[in-house]
Design a protein around this ligand. Sequence first.
Ligand code: FAD
Length: 408
Amino acid sequence: TAGIVVAGAGQAGFQLAASLREGGFKDPITLVGDETALPYQRPPLSKAYLAGKTEREGLFLRQPGFFAEHTITHRPGIRATAIDRAARRLHLSDGDSLAYDHLVLATGARNRPLPVPGADLGGAHQLRGLADADALRAEIAAARSIVVVGAGFIGLEFAAVAASRGLPVTVIEAADRPMARAVSPEMGRFFRQAHEALSVRFAFGAGVTAITGRDGRAAGVTLADGSDLPADLVLVGIGVLPNRELALEAGLPAEDGVRVDTFLATPDPAVSAIGDCARFPSPFATGLTADGTVRIESVQNAIDQGRCVAARLLGKPAAYGALPWFWSDQGPHKLQIAGLSGPGDASVVRGSGPAFSVFRFRDGRLSAVESVDRAADHMIARRLLAAGTALTPDQAEDPNFDLKALAM
Ligand code: FAD
């Protein structure tokens, strides 16, 4: 038999392959990935690895021997170029093609390009893969002034690492606060102050119109109001685009992500999609998006979706309903998020001072909990949200209300 072919050897694709073998799957498994490294984790790229506190070996999801031991064929440095659904074959950039019984798209996402002149100058970077992180690590040592475009997770994590090395950092953000799409105004305000305490400067409501250069390298950025900031290192972190082209060109629906059902299957029963590239219906998206589907960029989602499809291919299908959760390390602070919230959700703050949680409510129901340096709240929140336990805003806010007992 042809077995299972996975396009994309990242967090989700790797997990699928590992879970299949763990579950006793005997047929061939081939992981095709366009990066040259062994499958690795991305979170440290903007945290410990960038800061020089973790080395390359610490990033790999498994050591090289794992793949041979588990008879998983990893084909690094190779791009999947087209799906022939009628023949059930995946075409590859080296001219080869692979037959499949089932194809899993785990192609992840790529950074959204900054559409301004100068975005391709030396010293202007993005951060998605190991190669990007290596380039940044090499240049950050010699940088004298840094501009970060976008106050999202990656931009802020990078800013914190750079600022803690004593470098002047300015973050340019179109919205009026950090992480505006992802967290509450209360949490955004806290992180703004936390970054300012590290000497990071912000320009909110601001846009970049050009990266200016000297001798082919970035020297500054020009803002929409005409002002110029010096910058010999620019990091652009303005969100990602799902890698959906393989699906689209094969005639599969892929509007803002490869469309899958609750089992993470595309309309072609021989093709599934998982991780950052997949758009799926989620019980946690009720009232959040018009059609109740989401695309989630997180390690949790990549791992749990890899496991979910592996279970189905092992003959134990179950709808995907895992609780979304996420973390981000910025300077000395750890932000943890459970659930999915939108800008319209109400907020209630629990705790005061530097460690607190924001409980978000949508249509009167708990939708998400954002915790800063309150790991216990986060764990409790995960239980409450996963179980759908009722909680009122008054209870969440009341420090004497025993949340832990409610979660038991
Ligand atoms: P990926 O891990 O991106 O893997 C997809 C792979 O497919 C890539 O190697 C890609 O090159 C390859 N590929 C694409 N197209 C093709 C093709 N046609 N043929 C072959 N290969 C292809 N999440 C958290 O939860 N917490 C964090 O703190 C956090 N920090 C992050 C920091 C950084 C810098 C980044 C970039 C991401 C971070 N994330 C974090 C997000 C998390 O890493 C992703 O959600 C996760 O990696 C998604 O897994 P994936 O397998 O879907 O995609």
